[in-house]
Design a protein around this ligand. Structure first.
Ligand SMILES: [Zn+2]
Ligand SMILES: [Zn+2]
Length: 281
């Protein structure tokens, strides 16, 4: 058997996420089995009313406390209008996007004070949705970049999670609805701007294994690996993120090795997030 390609994983969802089914007992057992030394739980918080998920997540980290097991969170970018609405009304029930001209402002669902109060050690900031219309090629590239830069520049964030996560289709240059299967629609100049912003702000960028699987065509996967390599060469620390949602904690060593070794990565190249405080204990 090969040596593990990674021994840390900073993006893992447990049963404390609305969309995940991984039991922490299974996580810690499998992590040990595959030689992982450092990893963290990062359950989802998608709007300000979801802080109870974070508290449930913290309880699990405390229950299974052991060296190398950390408490993080995945904060998504959301519309600033939604964030303000939930702050005012306590939930998103009854929310309608105001339909004001221009792109919706970008916000995170929690504040530094809330993260601090929960004892969060590190934050993945990650975009999941396009906040601008219409979904044409130029607009989606611009909006993904805007949200990635927001993550890179936010004082809340330690890891920019899965840059260029995209669901659904957009209207390509020929006017057809296309899934995001051509990574080259994002210009190199945009990549350079993102890498510089992440490096300048002292953050890390995640190599999320999801880009190396699913229905992503092979050229897309290879191009994404080049993008991760470009970030690394621009001075951006790279973190591993399997983004596991369960039910089992999956060993992704061979997937990472398949895509990241050919662009020059080896097991010593992956970083830890910057921890904002000692782990909760
Ligand atoms: Zn995510
Ligand atoms: Zn995730």
């Amino acid at each position: 058997m090969n040596e593990p390609f990674y021994t840390s994983d900073w993006h893992i969802h447990s049963v404390a996420s609305y969309d995940a089914s991984l039991h922490v007992a299974d996580l810690v057992a499998q992590a040990e089995k595959q030689g992982m030394t450092d990893y963290g739980l990062t359950d989802h918080v998608n709007d300000p009313s979801w802080i109870h998920f974070l508290k449930a997540s913290r309880e699990l980290v405390l229950q299974y406390a052991r060296p190398g097991f950390h408490f993080g969170v995945e904060l998504t970018t959301i519309s600033g209008y939604l964030e303000a609405y939930v702050r005012e009304h306590g939930s998103r029930e009854g929310y309608h996007a105001p339909g004001l001209p221009g792109p919706e402002p970008v916000a995170f669902p929690l504040t530094a004070e809330e993260l601090e109060a929960c004892g969060v050690e590190y934050v993945i900031g990650a975009a999941h949705w396009i906040l601008e219309a219409p979904r044409t090629q130029d607009v989606i590239v611009r909006d993904m970049h805007r949200q990635n830069l927001f993550c890179a520049q936010s004082p809340l964030v330690d890891i920019v999670g899965h840059p260029y996560c995209f669901f659904g289709t957009y209207e390509d240059k020929q006017g057809r609805q296309a899934p995001f299967h051509d990574f080259s629609i994002i210009p190199q100049s945009v990549h350079r701007e993102l890498w510089a912003a992440i490096a300048e702000n002292g953050k890390a960028m995640e190599a999320n294994v999801g880009f190396f699987g699913g229905d992503n065509p092979e050229p897309f996967r290879r191009a994404y690996a080049e993008f991760v390599r470009g970030a690394f060469e621009a001075g951006v620390p790279i973190t591993i993120g399997t983004d596991c949602h369960g039910p089992k904690y999956a060993d992704m060593n061979e997937v990472y090795r398949t895509y990241l070794a050919p662009v020059g990565f080896g097991p010593g190249d992956f970083s830890h997030p910057r921890f904002r405080r000692p782990r909760t204990a």
